[in-house]
Design a protein around this ligand. Sequence first.
Ligand SMILES: Nc1nc2c(ncn2[C@@H]2O[C@H](COP(=O)(O)OP(=O)(O)OP(=O)(O)O)[C@@H](O)[C@H]2O)c(=O)[nH]1
Ligand SMILES: [Mg+2]
Length: 220
Amino acid sequence: MKVNQSEFIISAVRPEQYPDDGLPEIALAGRSNVGKSSLINRLISRKNLARTSATPGKTQQLNYYKINQDLYFVDFPGYGYAKVSKEQRFAWGKMMEKYLLQRDELKLVMQMVDMRHEPSKEDKMMNEWLRHHGLPLVVVATKMDKIPKTRRAKHIKVIKEALGLRSGDLFVPFSSEEGLGKEELWDIITRHARIDKYAPVEDEADHETVETVQTAEDDN
Ligand SMILES: Nc1nc2c(ncn2[C@@H]2O[C@H](COP(=O)(O)OP(=O)(O)OP(=O)(O)O)[C@@H](O)[C@H]2O)c(=O)[nH]1
Ligand SMILES: [Mg+2]
């Protein structure tokens, strides 16, 4: 997928703020700090369009990023972050649930899990919930660069087993640091969003810059 333009649109706290142009939406869900924002940046070859941070729980609204005139990435609040209040967690949960169950434009959920660890209770619950509701799903295992090559197959096996994934289920090991898994994921995204224009992503040189925000601090 050739990304010519990427633009932060809105941090939506209410459904009325969601875009109304009907473009396909790809949601990113996962634990706080799992690497959702980093994955967006890697997919679009930008350093920091989506805010990344070493402070978990930073993304607290549905953050919309428009990619070309083709689709939106919708960056979700990270779940499972202990330091937010119960009320806040409940409010996020409600907003996410409503979005996931009622948003016609939603074409794919990317559920992200950290490749280093066995999926948490919340990861498992989220996965079961998404599958129970029949949502189109790809599980993305992030931070693959942190696992030595010889141990990756083992980690992948543990994750797939913990989530009960079968051979036909979509699963992509990924590294935002090194770009591993990027082409495979774009392929899945464009198929679900029904975008025909599949082409390799070009580098930043011919990329129209619309917004930049703070720099990632990778200490994780
Ligand atoms: N080595 C490595 N570090 C990563 C990778 N992905 C993310 N990180 C680091 O992990 C930290 C969290 O990444 P974010 O992309 O901000 O995570 P997030 O899921 O958006 O977090 P919230 O917005 O808080 O929910 C940052 O320090 C990133 O640089 C990866 O693939 N490899
Ligand atoms: Mg984020």
